[in-house]
Design a binder for this molecule. Structure first.
Ligand SMILES: Nc1nc2c(ncn2[C@@H]2O[C@H](COP(=O)(O)OP(=O)(O)OP(=O)(O)O)[C@@H](O)[C@H]2O)c(=O)[nH]1
Ligand SMILES: [Mg+2]
Length: 394
């Protein structure tokens, strides 16, 4: 009688066992979270996307979180009105208050001590000033100085905010601005489409600060990133940097995108570009702003008719901006420039990477939950499919 353990193994069975092992190891990878890193210059909308993920995939904001936001909302109001008041006379040519009696209020706001802020008198002045034609004219020229994006949103709802029972809504939280100075990670799970096997997939989304001084921290989180979500403030073509007011914000975004796209640390990551702040861009263009004054190539730009109505200035502008970024992905690394710089004082020498990658683009409004829900259905499917591909499972 032969002992079973000496029985020669059936080769078919061995192959099937090896395959099972391989699939088990793939499944292990599949169970790992997919990491998405948000990048882009300051005020592009990265943290707003994190807030949307919280609304869409986690339980939203708790009562305590909403209460904590009140302080930030009030700080946004003060920053906005003080910024408008102090820039009125600095603008070239300067702007005057329509109602000169409000000069007292303007000085009150600019000199407000913490205990004056948010008193009845304070809000009375803020409201009067915000409705003054001079301040409104100054607001219309806000691209000439540094006003926070949320200024108009909160100054338009002073009545609601003054109420002692005021609780910030989701919209208020999405509009509220606070500069990121740390690295933040949000974790969530989403259902995997049936065509990718069903079940759920965990995601980690990582947020970093985009202003120049923050960028030296980025490299700490580059390892193991499956997708880069690069955000651009599409409306920023007529603005300069808060950090350095001689530099055009859109130029900065293009250069930063060039650096990130060509980074040897991100060769394995997929790239998705969010051409964000489409609502602000559309508003600017409808009011007669012309990107051609800042990017003269717009004058000879030919929009592809399949991208929309070529006679619509907003459509043309958004396609032109998208194509400037796509152009970056097509050209090789700048000749003689092997340095990868993430801002002043932080450069790394790199070898020339010549890997063909593709860029996926979306026109987005980060403060609009339904827009982001739709866009992210695409993004999640795409990232899951990239991930499966990288494990040979597509
Ligand atoms: N209207 C409008 N506002 C937006 C949009 N995206 C972002 N914002 C606002 O723009 C401001 C800046 O957005 P953030 O998400 O803080 O920008 P960030 O990229 O995180 O900026 P840093 O932390 O400095 O890197 C906030 O007040 C947002 O509410 C958008 O699509 N439309
Ligand atoms: Mg941020």
């Amino acid at each position: 009688m032969r002992l079973a353990c000496f029985k020669p193994e059936d080769p078919a069975k061995r192959t099937s066992r090896e395959l099972e092992k391989k699939i088990a190891s793939w499944n292990k990878e599949y169970e790992k979270p997919i990491k998405i890193l948000l990048l882009g210059a300051g005020e592009a909308g990265k943290t707003t996307i994190i807030k949307q993920m919280k609304i869409l995939h986690i339980k939203g904001f708790t009562d305590k979180e909403r209460q904590d936001k009140v302080k930030e909302v009030l700080a946004n109001i003060h920053e906005a009105i003080a910024c408008l008041c102090s820039n009125l006379s600095i603008l070239e040519p300067p702007v005057k208050l329509e109602n000169e009696d409000y000069l007292e209020g303007l000085n009150f706001i600019l000199e407000a001590e913490p205990q004056d802020k948010f008193t009845k008198e304070y809000f009375r002045w803020v409201e009067k000033l915000w409705n003054d034609k001079g301040i409104q004219e100054c607001y219309n020229r806000a691209n000439e100085f540094q006003l926070i994006e949320s200024g108009k949103y909160f100054l338009d709802k002073l009545h609601a905010v003054q109420n002692e029972n005021y609780v910030p809504s989701d919209q208020d939280i999405l509009h509220c601005r606070r500069k990121t100075t740390s690295i933040q990670r949000i974790e969530f799970s989403i259902d995997v489409p049936k065509r990718f096997g069903g079940g759920t997939q965990d995601f980690w989304m990582i947020d970093v600060g985009g202003q120049r001084s923050e960028r030296k921290k980025w490299i700490q989180v580059f390892a193991g990133i499956q997708a880069i979500l690069f955000l651009v403030a599409s409306s920023s073509f007529d603005q300069t940097l808060r950090e350095k007011n001689q530099v055009n914000r859109m130029e900065e975004a293009l250069n930063l995108f060039d650096d990130v796209w060509n980074s040897k640390f991100l060769l394995d990551s997929g790239f998705i570009l969010f051409l964000n702040k489409q609502d602000v861009l559309e508003d600017k263009i409808r009011k007669g702003k012309d990107i051609g004054n800042y990017f003269p190539d717009y004058r000879t730009y030919n929009m592809d008719p399949k991208d929309g109505n070529t006679g619509d200035e907003y459509m043309r502008t958004r396609c032109f901006i998208r194509d400037m970024f796509i152009e970056v992905t097509k050209k090789g690394r700048r000749q003689g420039d092997r340095k990868w710089s993430m801002g002043p004082g932080f450069t790394v020498t790199v070898e020339e990477p010549q890997i063909q990658k593709e860029i996926y683009t979306h026109f987005t409004i980060a403060t609009d939950t339904s827009n982001i829900r739709t866009v992210f259905m695409d993004v999640h499917s795409m990232v899951i499919s990239w991930n499966l591909k990288s494990y040979g499972l597509d």
